[in-house]
Design a protein around this ligand. Structure first.
Ligand code: GAR
Length: 226
């Protein structure tokens, strides 16, 4: 049975697209039961419609408190039948109420090598700091922002001439590969959380991909077709 998921977005939804594509290719055994956006102008809503996916806007600004907003989202997610929640560029802090409603079933992707540069400007902070390596991380969500146990990371080179956009696009290309893979491991029930550690049953060894400026290391590695 495919893993029923709700995908939460706030913007372009390119990660949502990579998940849709992998599902449609028959590589990722998941079903998107709902795409939820807190922004009415999120392009990801258009992507969802194009693929016939149920989508809904719940604007955070129309709620009195974070809890009220989260409660409305919890209801929509539950009504859709989703068993897991995928944060794909969802730019709101979730309350414990939300996190405890889907224990061990919420994933997030962040455009930096956590624990470096958490928050909303991961790519900009990495470029401004002039790091030599940056990347992206998929992790379980806990009560602190961009903090929970890490499932997979990809590292890319960063260059002196990089700006947030050029570094960000190199990172984004890797986000589109590691996120569907992490969701597939969740769908296959191969992830176990032990404190900060995520054990992945039969996880592949580290994988080197690309060449020169487009090279990356992904750990654990990707399985076939990811
Ligand atoms: C992605 O780079 C994602 O990692 C980031 O927002 C972008 C959304 O792009 N998320 C965060 O910064 C979370 N702290 P997308 O809408 O095209 O998927």
């Amino acid at each position: 049975m495919p893993l029923k998921t709700a995908v939460l977005i706030s913007g372009s939804g390119s990660n949502l697209q990579s998940i849709i594509d992998r599902i449609e290719q028959g590589v990722l055994n998941a079903q998107i039961t709902l795409v939820l956006s807190n922004k009415s102008n999120a392009f990801g809503l258009e992507r969802a419609s194009r693929h016939g996916l149920k989508n809904k806007i719940i604007e955070h600004a129309s709620f009195r408190s974070r809890e009220d907003f989260d409660q409305a989202m919890i209801k929509e997610i539950r009504d859709s039948g989703a068993e897991a929640v995928i944060l794909a560029g969802f730019m709101r802090i979730l309350t414990p109420l939300f996190i405890n409603s889907f224990p061990g079933r919420i994933l997030n992707i962040h455009p930096a090598l956590l624990p470096s540069f958490p928050g909303v400007h991961g790519q900009k902070q990495a470029a401004d700091y002039a790091v030599k390596i940056s990347g992206c991380s998929v992790h379980f969500v806990d009560e602190k922002m961009d903090h929970g146990p890490i499932i997979i990371q990809a590292a890319v080179p960063a260059f002196a001439q990089d700006d947030p956009k050029s570094l960000g696009s190199r990172i984004l290309a890797l986000e589109h590969r590691i996120y569907p893979q992490a969701i597939q491991w969740l769908a296959q029930d191969r992830l176990r959380i032990a404190g900060r550690r995520v054990e992945i049953q039969n996880s592949p060894g580290p994988l080197l991909v690309g060449k020169d400026k487009d090279s990356a290391i992904i750990c654990p590695g990707l399985e076939k077709n990811f």
